[in-house]
Design a protein around this ligand. Structure first.
Ligand code: NAD
Ligand code: DAU
Length: 336
């Protein structure tokens, strides 16, 4: 297959491209990415040049999408504005990319008569106190990010319903692993712990997330791409649910730091208390998560410790300004 992977220079997209080119030696991948602050060329270093290419373009640009799609057999769409806190600060770009951009890709896939797999999130269901969301749970998004992803999902479903398009959706819980931008909880805590910077915990830190190691999500995406049915939604949840404060404590242990670094800060607006996904439908296609949180967090911590060059430039650029706006404090300590 030749795949168009949109948003493939970001965290999950780049892990998926690395996985796919390894697991399918005959496959080719074209990444189309706008290279926002979240897109990084380094994430795609070392891929086989005869089977991989990168196009810098916006998914909202129909001509660029059509050109990149030439000869492709499917689109896997990771492209999105993906950070909840940034969506609270400035929602506009989220609506544009996550809803309109998805529509542009769907039109191009429909014209070409190929499959469109939409990468979506458990956040479209909102928060759940007990039990787990299934694929038929109603949509009740809380943040502008979650609402924009829900909007994108509805356009995907409408294209199947109205035009018979070969479009389908996979919804995942919180991913973590190598190459995740430090604006997100786990890499933020790892890097702050390494540097001895305070660790901002929103509210009481008792919000629960359903952690999924990114490589497990990549195998789930591959399974749904190859075996999923058009018009269907597939949930992919991680094997472990933990309150944020417990995640922070595990990372502090790995870093050999004590809890004095924890700093409870003002809560996120509209903060969802708990996410939990039932994954039986995806497991019915033959997928199963293989990496527990204990295993995955150690692998992730070691990756950040050993790949200083990957994050050193990030901590000195746009992220530093964002951090000051978001937390009201400068990233302090030098790397130790
Ligand atoms: P990310 O922010 O790391 O990467 C997003 C990528 O999309 C970046 O490379 C960025 O440059 C690119 N992009 C943004 N706007 C674009 C545009 N208009 N045109 C082309 N490219 C554009 O995000 P991620 O964490 O890798 O998430 C990938 C996808 O998975 C998103 O759709 C997100 O909603 C979804 N998702 C993420 C998680 C998670 O825990 N990270 C969980 C469930 C679902
Ligand atoms: O659930 C899937 C979603 O997971 C994806 O759709 C999103 O793209 C992804 O960003 C992620 O969203 P979250 O908001 O759950 O992830 P984040 O890492 O921002 O926050 C995880 C939890 O940690 C959440 O309860 C908020 C809390 N948190 C986060 C940050 C950045 C803190 O307490 N302090 C922080 O500084």
């Amino acid at each position: 297959m030749r795949l168009l992977v949109t948003g493939g220079a970001g965290f999950i997209g780049s892990n998926f491209v690395q996985h796919r080119l390894g697991s399918r030696p005959e496959d080719e991948v074209v990444v189309l990415d706008k290279m926002t602050y979240a897109g990084r060329r380094e994430n795609l270093d070392g891929l086989p040049a005869d089977r991989f290419s990168l196009v810098e373009a916006d998914i909202c640009d129909p001509e660029a999408v059509r050109r990149a799609l030439d000869g492709c057999d499917a689109i896997v769409n990771f492209a999105a504005e993906s950070h909840v806190d940034r969506s609270i600060e400035a929602p506009g770009e989220f609506i544009t990319t996550d809803v309109y951009g998805t529509y542009v890709l769907l039109e191009a896939a429909r014209e070409a008569g190929i499959r469109h797999l939409q990468i979506s999130t458990d956040e479209v269901y909102g928060s759940i106190d007990e039990g787990s969301f299934t694929e038929v749970s109603s949509l009740d998004p809380s943040s502008p990010y979650a609402a924009s992803k829900a909007g994108g999902d509805l356009v995907v479903s409408a294209f199947k319903q109205t035009y018979g398009a070969d479009s389908l959706i996979v919804r995942a819980s919180n991913n973590y692993g190598p190459q995740q931008h430090p604006e997100k909880l786990i890499p933020l805590v790892i890097l702050n712990a390494i540097h001895g910077d305070p660790i901002p915990v929103y509210g009481d830190g008792m919000q629960v997330r359903n952690w999924l190691f990114v490589r497990d999500f990549c195998t789930a995406i591959e399974t749904v791409l190859e075996r999923g049915q058009a018009g269907q939604v597939y949930n992919v949840g991680g094997p472990d649910e933990l309150p944020n404060i417990e995640v922070v404590r595990r990372i502090l242990d790995l870093a050999g730091r004590d809890e004095s670094l924890i700093s409870y800060v003002e809560d996120r607006l509209g903060h969802d208390v708990r996410y939990s996904l039932a994954s039986e439908k995806t497991e019915g296609l033959g997928w199963k998560a293989a990496v527990s949180f204990d295993q995955g967090i150690e692998r992730t911590f070691n990756w950040y410790r050993e790949n200083r060059e990957w994050w050193e430039t990030l901590r000195s650029g746009e992220y530093r300004e964002y951090y000051l706006r978001q937390y009201g404090t400068e990233l302090a300590g030098p790397a130790s």
